[in-house]
Ligand binder design. Structure first.
Ligand code: FES
Length: 78
């Protein structure tokens, strides 16, 4: 599998906490989008670790083709 599965047509907003680690699903197979649930084990993908620098709302990519992983860059509209 070389292409991730499109897990959604819009990003998911999450209130992240400063200093917390989040593991973004890169394969698109997770049932707990936008985060990893271990489903990538059958693929070449691994989750991407994201550490929040500050507490704020961020938008995690669900179409999985963002150029600024793990956050949305608007690619879902292309
Ligand atoms: Fe997709 Fe882990 S389930 S990267």
């Amino acid at each position: 599998m070389s292409k991730p599965v499109r897990a959604g047509d819009k990003p998911i907003a999450v209130e992240v906490e400063a200093g917390q680690n989040y593991f973004w699903c890169a394969c698109g197979l997770s049932q707990k989008q936008p985060f990893c649930d271990g489903s990538h084990k059958q693929t070449d993908f691994t989750p991407l670790k994201y550490t929040a620098e500050e507490s704020r709302k961020v938008f995690f990519c669900c179409c999985k083709v963002t150029a600024s992983q793990p956050l949305c860059d608007g690619s879902h509209n292309k």
